[in-house]
Ligand binder design. Structure first.
Ligand SMILES: Nc1nc2c(c(=O)[nH]1)N[C@H]1C(S)=C(S)[C@@H](COP(=O)(O)OP(=O)(O)OC[C@H]3O[C@@H](n4cnc5c(N)ncnc54)[C@H](O)[C@@H]3O)O[C@H]1N2
Ligand code: MOO
Length: 395
């Protein structure tokens, strides 16, 4: 075979990943981006000693010495004007309120008795420092909070908000455009004539892109016609960073995509991979812009997106792990591999075992209603035994 292997194709895709531009985003908009710098703590958190409970702040040594404890002050959360406790003085205190000088321990209000303003502690487990959240006990000023290239999830947004960050440096998402080709394609809502099908690849790709938080910049359907394909590609080239196309990439007389890309000045990085499904895939480049032309069969679109397009886009977004979704599992039942192509098979992974789904043809999409992974099988034709360890990709 004169076309490349899956691992050669992945090496090429990986080697073309470039770093997205660095932009400042408001904290709430930084969600699902990757950090473009190491983020350090601008302050201690907590920034002052404070109470973990509603209760009473007192001095533990004085309590041990049996000095009578008199409730002398009340300190609310947010209090800025704090008393200094003298010997025997105690402060009524609330969760989050600052611990006054002179106190070092808090007793919960459920574990005391009050008698004429005197505090009686009835907590057999009390110890010095109990219920006090010390300054910097979570983070010290200057500590590394989040390294560069970290995916910003909701927990990270909440964590960083606690330091007063309003903006974060993140990698910008690339602008992605979609072109679907085919005379037979009809958009939903219109009746189908003989020989027509509903156009589904653009919807699938839109959803796949949304999974990685990219909204396609523009989606266009083009007929199987060389001139309109060239014209549409050239229009997109001005507006997007990455172009994803589907259909018209095989060898039929009406498959114009490869030729149209080449006429438009796109340099071929590879065309066709030793795999099934999804063999006729084209990856190309013009200056600093890229195109993936995927085969039209709907299952091939998804599989090629998961294997090549998604890791490329995520790499640009700042993800350094090209194999983020790779796992291994044991095959639930034996499988007869009948050719030398690398297979990507829709499957269900559960508790260390993986079960291949019955429908694998690239025009059939039904297996995607159940599949949670793709099993990768490579090598010569052979019987892959039950329980053999295989590679899988979470989807
Ligand atoms: N003589 C050969 N024929 C084919 C080969 C080959 O090696 N030699 N490869 C086959 C393989 S494998 C694939 S995959 C397909 C890829 O073909 P194209 O990329 O040219 O795609 P089309 O022919 O345009 O469409 C294929 C199939 O998918 C349907 N389709 C296309 N676009 C959409 C869409 N947006 N939404 C839903 N369905 C779509 C289309 O109607 C076709 O049924 O080539 C094989 N042929
Ligand atoms: O490469 Mo095709 O997707 O096998 O039908």
């Amino acid at each position: 075979m004169n076309f490349i292997t899956v691992s050669q194709a992945k090496d090429i895709v990986k080697s073309e990943i470039y770093q997205g531009s660095i932009v400042k985003k408001n904290l709430e908009e930084a969600l699902y981006h990757y950090t473009a710098e190491d983020i350090y703590a601008p302050l201690d958190v907590p920034s002052f000693d404070n109470s973990a409970m509603d209760g009473y702040a007192f001095n533990y040594e004085q309590y041990k010495e049996k000095i009578p404890l008199k409730i002398s002050y009340t300190i609310q959360a947010g209090a800025t004007d704090l008393p200094i406790l003298k010997k025997g003085e105690v402060a009524r205190i609330y969760t989050g309120a600052p611990i006054p000088k002179g106190a070092d321990t808090v007793v919960m209000q459920e574990k005391i008795k009050e008698n004429l303003g005197e505090l009686q502690i009835q907590d057999s487990k009390i110890f010095q420092g109990m219920n006090v959240r010390l300054k910097a006990s979570q983070t010290k000023k200057g500590d590394l909070l989040v390294p560069k290239n970290t995916f910003i999830n909701s927990g990270i947004v909440g964590f960083l908000a606690g330091f007063g960050f309003t903006q974060l440096p993140v990698y910008a998402f690339p602008k992605v455009g979609l072109i679907v080709t085919g005379n037979e394609l009809v958009e939903a809502g219109k009746p189908l004539q003989q020989g027509q099908i509903y156009e589904s690849n653009s919807q699938a790709l839109k959803a796949l892109l949304q999974d990685i938080n990219i909204q396609p910049h523009k989606i266009v359907k083009v007929l199987d016609d060389k001139d309109s394909t060239i014209e549409t590609i050239q229009d997109f080239w001005e507006e997007v960073d990455i172009l994803i196309m589907t259909g018209g990439i095989s060898v039929g007389d009406y498959d114009f995509v490869k030729e149209a890309l080449e006429i438009s000045g796109v340099e071929k990085l590879f065309y066709k991979i030793q795999q099934k499904p999804g063999k006729p895939i084209f990856f190309g480049k013009k200056k600093n812009k890229y195109v993936f032309a995927l085969p039209g069969n709907p299952a091939s679109v998804l599989i090629n997106f998961y294997q090549y397009v998604r890791p490329f886009l995520e790499g640009i977004q700042g993800n350094l792990n090209f194999n983020k979704s790779k796992r291994t599992a044991r095959l639930a039942t034996a499988y007869k591999k009948e050719n030398t192509l690398t297979l990507f098979l829709k499957a269900i992974y559960k508790q260390g075992k993986v079960c291949l789904l019955p429908t694998q043809e690239s025009y059939k999409m039904d297996a995607f209603t159940k599949a949670n992974c793709l099993v990768e099988l490579h090598g010569d034709p052979r019987l892959i035994e039950e329980n053999e360890e295989v590679t899988l990709w979470k989807i």
